[in-house]
Each structure stands twice: as C-alpha cells, then as structure tokens.
Ligand binder design. Structure first.
Ligand code: KIV
Ligand code: ZN
Length: 387
C-alpha cells in the first residue's frame, strides 16, 4: 500500500508572481486545463484580492475546472478572505488558503505583533474562512525559520479552528533537508490534533534544496507537496513538480504515489515555458532540452549498447519521443556510425574511419553536426544507401 501524496500546483499563483510572467485569464485557463489533464489534485488559481484581473481568473477557473480543487490565496485579512470566497463561488471543490508569518523575523519586523496575537490571528482567519468553504488551508509563512515549539502552537490553533491542511512553507528556501524533515516530524509528534489535518510542504529554491526538502517532508509525514511546473516562482523558484513526481515514481521503495500522468510532463513544461515566457534551462532535470541527450563519446557508446547504462528514465515516460545522440567533437566512432545509420548511410569499417577524421574537423568547426552535415560528409562514398 502506497501513501498517496496530494500534488498542489501553484504555477498560476506563486509561479505567476515572477516578473514578466503575468497571464491573462484566458492563458491561465489554458494552463489550468493542462494541469487538470496532468492530474494535479489542487490548482492554486491566484490571489483574488491582488487585482481585478486575478479575481476574474480565479472566478473563471472555478467555473471551468471540475476535476481538481481550485484554491485562492488570501492574507489573514477579512476582506481578502471574502474576496477569495466570492471568486471561488462557482468551484466544485473550493479551497481558501489563508495565513500569516510566524518566524520572529516576520512577526517582529513585518507584522509587528506578539506571539499571542499571531495565534489569535491564525484562529480568526481560519474560522472566518470556514464561513464560506469547508476546505481551508492555513499557511505559516516563513515556517522554515520559525521556532518549532511556537510553530506547533500556531498549527494546533489553526487546526482547532477548522484548518483541513496546514502549510509549512520554507518561504526563503533556507532549510536543509534534515532540518525541514525534522520540523515536519516535530509537528507530527507535538501537535495534539495533527491527525485532523494534512501537512503540506511548500519549499522555495534559494539554496537549490526545494526538491530535496519536499521529499524530506513527505518522508517525515507531510502528505501534500506544493510545487510549480519547471520550478518557476519567486526569486530562485519553487519546488519543481516534475522532479518530485519522478522521484516518487523512480524510487518506489519510498512508498509514495501521486495521481500524475507523467506522459504529460514534457508537453506541459513546454507549454508553460512558452506561455509564461520563461525559458527552461537546457540541463533542467526531467524536462530540459538536454535531459535525454547524450553527447560525450563514452556515454554515447554505452547508451548505444544498452540505454540503461546512462538513462534512468525512459523518455517516453515523461512525454519525450526518444533520447538523442548529439554529435560533437567529443563523440566517438560508435555515435557517428549510429547517427549515420539513422539517416540511412551504411559505411564499411575503412570508410567510417575516414569519415570520422573528417567529422572531427567539422565538429571542431561547427560544434554540433546535424543530419544534413552527415549526408554531405558521406557523399563521396559510392556504396552508401541514403534514405
Ligand atoms: O512561500 C510562501 O510562504 C508562500 C505562502 C504565501 C504560502 O507562498
Ligand atoms: Zn511561496
């Protein structure tokens, strides 16, 4: 029996906060439909009080999305919560996501409140949101830097007030995986009513640890991961959806499963990248242009003999047609022969040797040797069968 992990996608809220990534409601709906088809459990559609456009987007998604919970963000402020509730009215499964900062950094210098006031506010915002929807998620902003004993008190109060999910954000991406995992375990061990709510991991990537922290969280009892397509989000981004999903799939021994149809991962990655004008770095895990490309001679030779030598994921599993052998000056004879065969050119051993010498000169000059270059290179050999 595997533990089911809820995938809470916040591409359209935390992801859309990236400068230059703002979306119209029509574009948001296109992405939301793809997220629904991907199989996410929750779509955080936006922050309705932030602008009339965002309000309309949340309203539209609430009407159109039927197979995922639609969530709207709010601060722990009554008018925010009312606005989120209004925008979510048409949703089949509405969720209000409300909360406030809990670290001393936030409590003392941003909110300028006492600890007792923070606990009161947590209770107040959750119970107010409960007037509108059954499903209320409470966030303890900057939980990553919050003292565990105080965090436990806030979380207990939020659950007592009716929170169905408690979000423990590492807002600044500061935690190490051991520390974040231990924080989740501390809450499980010390919050009396913790079994009445799901713990959610929401990690930022400032130290490149968002994925590792999210996995540490579920290994310690969290049952929801908040993430974005391509890991987009504030500053260095959020946990990357495709990474956590594929980690759970590839490491079945961990005992987790999700509702994600992984064949949609690559297509949705491209779509989000194009729609939000956010290029994906070529070496990005799972969905980068080079994620299934082999370019050094040693790796190419190994992959040609048996893909499993260098591929831990079948590209087809994530919606990529096939892996590729990229011909560069680092490629060997095996790769050249393989790619020649792919374009229908068969050379004898001696011919291959001669072609290889010319290939290296060309590759040094133009860097990547493409199909047409290969055909040109092999023209002088009479016995070739060019497709
Ligand atoms: O990073 C964060 O703390 C957030 C909250 C608003 C949930 O995005
Ligand atoms: Zn965030």
């Amino acid at each position: 029996m595997h533990n089911r992990i809820q995938i809470f996608d916040t591409t359209l809220r935390d992801g859309e906060q990236v400068p230059g990534c703002g979306l119209t409601k029509t574009k948001k709906l296109e992405i939301a439909k793809s997220l629904e088809a991907l199989g996410v459990d929750v779509i955080e559609a936006g922050f309705p009080i932030s602008s009339p456009g965002d309000f309309e987007s949340v309203r539209l998604l609430s009407k159109e999305i039927k197979n995922a919970t639609v969530c709207g963000l709010s601060r722990a402020v009554k008018k925010d919560i009312e606005c989120a509730a209004e925008a979510l009215k048409g949703a089949a499964r509405p969720r209000i996501h409300t909360g406030l900062g809990t670290s001393d950094q936030h409590v003392l210098t941003k909110l300028k409140m006492t600890h007792a006031q923070v606990i009161e506010k947590a209770k107040e915002c959750v119970s107010f949101a409960k007037n509108f929807v059954d499903d209320v998620e409470f966030y303890a902003e900057d939980a990553g830097r919050t003292d565990n004993a105080f965090l436990a008190q806030v979380v207990e109060a939020a659950i007592a007030a009716g929170a169905t999910v408690v979000n423990i954000p590492d807002t600044t991406g500061f935690c190490m995986p051991e520390v974040y995992g231990a924080k989740i375990k501390y809450l499980i061990d010390n919050v009396k009513n913790i079994d009445q709510a799901i713990i959610s991991a929401h990690c930022h990537n400032d130290l490149g640890l968002a994925t590792a922290n999210s996995i540490a969280a579920i290994r310690n009892g969290a049952r929801q991961i908040e993430c974005t397509i391509n890991g987009i989000g504030e500053r260095a981004g959020n946990t990357s959806l495709e990474e956590v999903v594929m980690i759970m799939k590839k490491h079945e021994w961990l005992g987790f499963e999700t509702g994600i149809n992984t064949k949609h991962l690559y297509p949705i990655s491209r779509m989000v990248s194009e729609t939000m004008c956010m290029p994906v770095q070529p070496n990005k895990a799972i969905v980068g242009a080079n994620a299934f490309s082999h370019s050094s001679g040693i790796h190419q030779d190994g992959v040609i003999k048996n893909k499993d030598n260098y591929e831990i994921i079948d590209p087809y599993e994530v919606g990529v047609n096939k892996s590729s052998i990229i011909l560069t000056a680092r490629s060997g004879r095996a790769a050249l022969n393989f790619r020649l065969a792919e374009v229908g050119i068969v050379l004898s051993k001696d011919e291959l040797e001669e072609a290889y010498k010319e290939f290296l000169v060309l590759a040094d000059e133009i860097n990547i040797v493409e199909d047409d270059d290969l055909k040109h290179l092999a023209r002088k050999f009479n016995n070739v069968a060019v497709k």
